[in-house]
Write a protein that binds this ligand. Structure first.
Ligand code: KG4
Ligand code: ZN
Length: 338
């Protein structure tokens, strides 16, 4: 039997250092080191992120190799995130990958982080696989895109945010409520016991399939400033309802645009990707809609929603099959389009 290729994936675009080992489309290990240092600053501090990547990268790769129960000599190629992301962070992962490829004399593969979020759907999970074409709503801390995916390589952005990303809308709203970074998972947690209809926040009127989230933070801020004058404990007393209402507003903006994209393209296969796709309410609401509007919905496992190297490894695997390799001259790019 022919041995399926073993790919080492490296992700370091923002504040998670991750390494994964993939054999064929199957994940043998996926290790993620989160950087808690940013919590106290209310957002990712680029300089601290690169330093933490520098400290984490070797132990994370070492653990990934050990957990996969392979030897480094078994690795057939190394794939790394070229961009988009923070340049200092990307430099750590790409420099490591280049040195590893050189030292082990194996091919080097560069991967677009946003495409990798989408390709995470093709990691072998034993479930029915997505077929082309499909629409993928990629919602993370840096991006909000509706992508028409025609093949592993051919992808077209048909809608994008004009300002903040959906993850930023969660994180900035959470900051207004006094919650630590990243606020998305905390809003998700508190919202579970809240009523989403308690407060209404204005939704933007943006044409076509584009998004805008910057007005939401202002709307929440004004509401809270007004209420705090009457009751200084307003946030504490209403935290769960505030979280549920904010979450409901962001999720309905996302779902409305996705419905519009389905109408425009006639495509009835929908996938979601990126950190915000881990949101419980978003997953529930989309699940309900898929039943009533009869479309196929593909939701990745939680561990493949937020940044991880398994998605970089699978994207690398498809390039490996095509022999699309890069060279030691490759350099990362903070703003990398499809
Ligand atoms: O994809 P990701 O891990 O990193 C980027 O590429 O940006 O996404 C991180 C974003 C953060 O804004 C975080 O608050 C948000 O995803 N996020 C969530 C949840 N988990 C992560 N937002 C809402 N609900 C969640 N459960
Ligand atoms: Zn991401």
């Amino acid at each position: 039997m022919i041995k399926k290729p073993i790919i080492l994936g490296i992700e370091s675009s923002c504040d998670d250092t991750s390494a994964a080992i993939l054999q064929g489309k199957r994940i043998l290990s996926n290790i993620v080191a989160n950087q808690e240092i940013h919590q106290q600053y209310g957002g990712v501090v680029p300089e601290l992120a690169s330093r933490a990547h520098q400290q984490n990268i070797i132990p994370v790769v070492d653990t990934a190799i050990k957990h996969a129960k392979i030897k480094k000599e078994d690795i057939d190629a190394i794939a790394f995130t070229k961009g988009p992301g923070l340049l200092g962070s990307l430099l750590v992962g790409s420099s490591f990958a280049k040195s590893f490829a050189l030292g082990m004399n194996i091919p080097l593969i560069s991967v677009n982080h946003m495409q990798a979020h989408i390709l995470a759907h093709f990691i072998d999970s034993g479930k029915k696989m997505l077929e082309f074409p499909f629409l993928c709503l990629t919602v993370s801390g840096g991006h909000t895109q509706i992508v028409m995916v025609e093949s592993y390589i051919k992808m077209k952005v048909i809608g994008t945010t004009l300002d903040d990303a959906a993850g930023e809308a969660f994180d900035k709203s959470a900051k207004v409520l006094g919650l630590t970074y990243p606020g998305g998972p905390l809003i998700d947690k508190y919202a579970k016991n809240g009523n989403p209809d308690t407060f209404t926040f204005s939704k933007p009127r943006i044409k076509d399939l584009d998004f805008s989230f910057s007005g939401l933070k202002t709307s929440i801020l004004y509401k809270i400033q007004k209420e705090i004058v009457q009751d200084p404990n307003f946030i504490r007393e209403n935290l769960e309802d505030l979280c549920a209402s904010i979450q409901h507003t962001i999720v309905s903006i996302l779902i409305e645009k996705l419905q519009k994209a389905m109408q425009r393209t006639g495509i009835k296969q929908i996938a979601i990707a990126g950190g915000v796709s881990a949101n419980t309410y978003f997953r529930e609401q989309l699940g309900l809609l898929a039943k009533t509007e009869k479309f196929s919905l593909y939701i990745p496992k939680y561990e493949y929603c937020t940044d991880n190297a398994a998605m970089i490894a699978i994207a690398g695997y498809f390039k490996f099959l095509e022999k699309t390799f890069t060279t030691q001259r490759e350099s990362p790019s903070a703003r990398l389009s499809f």
